[in-house]
Design a protein around this ligand. Sequence first.
Ligand code: SPV
Ligand code: MG
Length: 431
Amino acid sequence: MAKIYTCFSTDIIHEGHLHIIEEARKYGDVYIGVLSDEATIKYNKFPTIPLEERVEMIRKIPGVKDVIVQDDVMYDKVVAELKPDYIIHGDNWKVPPLSALRDNAEKLLSAYGGKVIDVPYTYNENVRRVDKRVNEKLAMPEYRRKRLKQLLKLRPIVKAMEVHSGLTGLIVEKTVVEHEGEFDQFDAMWISSLCDSTAKGKPDIELVDMTSRFRTIDDVMDVTTKPVIFDGDTGGLTEHFVYLVRSLERMGVSAIIIEDKTGLKKNSLFGTEVEQTQDDIPHFCEKIAAGKRVQLTDEFMIIARIESLILERGMEDALERAHAFVKAGADGIMIHSRKKDPAEILEFCDKFRKDNKETPIVVVPTSFNSITEEELAKHGVNIVIYANQLTRSAFPAMEQTAKDILKYHRAKEVDDRLMPIKDIISLIDEL
Ligand code: SPV
Ligand code: MG
């Protein structure tokens, strides 16, 4: 009997999947792959049910010969082991980025005369409704909040990207790339104080109040499912911080990062060019501990950000603070630097990891941007935040368009570099 293989990365079996299986049966024994969590999160939505349940769900479908866990998006391993005669997939894999999967399958199968089979993808109201249900579930606070901790276990390094609106949220939510046979997407969203303030034309000095910051979170959460890391600046007065923790936790935010500064906060990238006051260790520890005391789930994370390198107080001070903040209850440490060279960040990570193997380390490589995620992970970094790149890419593009329309007294000259109206409309999901 010929072997036919397909791989599902789904939490619900709908008529589209059943149609593929029905077609597959015409060719031989049907083997179905279930994509592992690690592989799924690189190119699809985060799974809402555990792998074991997904395997069981598929095992129960009549006429399935065997279920295989596929732990890479590409088919190399499964083809080497199973040697299927056919791989079958919905014809949505004919277009990028999924076409990389089809190319991979075709290349592997052609080595021994196997073939790929495309079946028309099932687009209908029912399938759309099922997909939407899964999406809505992922967006709910009880599913979203815990996801950062889940990702920390699944990802060698969690990648967060700055968002400051529904639109930037959609970009981070939906952008998936395939590059040299690897799929990738962002894991989480960073609500930057700098970009949230900048989008409102205000300075990054804790001037944009929490009601407004919450509005941004809400705008983002309304159209996305990925977990949110909130830039909490100094966290404000301890007496206020506890309320902030409660509100964020209720909203489904996964983590707040607060920095050990006090008084009028200025953006860290100013460094010592402006006056900034670092908080003392006991006072900041008390703020962290107060936040931890009030939080209701063990999913929410309070991450302590250390400004010692920014303020040129030295490595020893940074390390002393890191250990003290962890002792006070911090669920993670963010170490910041505005040097181009990542050396001081790496030195901090190596020294911190000597005494602490567990506590997640967060970095924001805006200045030290030559370092790769892989190198950071090697030094024990768990979360990398791209803190402002969407804002900084949009601003010059918008400014240039404004200048050119003024210059040419019409919009024709700029049209080639604009997103077609049709594309911008299809970016937005309809209910
Ligand atoms: C932000 O994005 O607002 C940050 C990171 O706090 S930084 O701007 O580098 O201080
Ligand atoms: Mg900030």
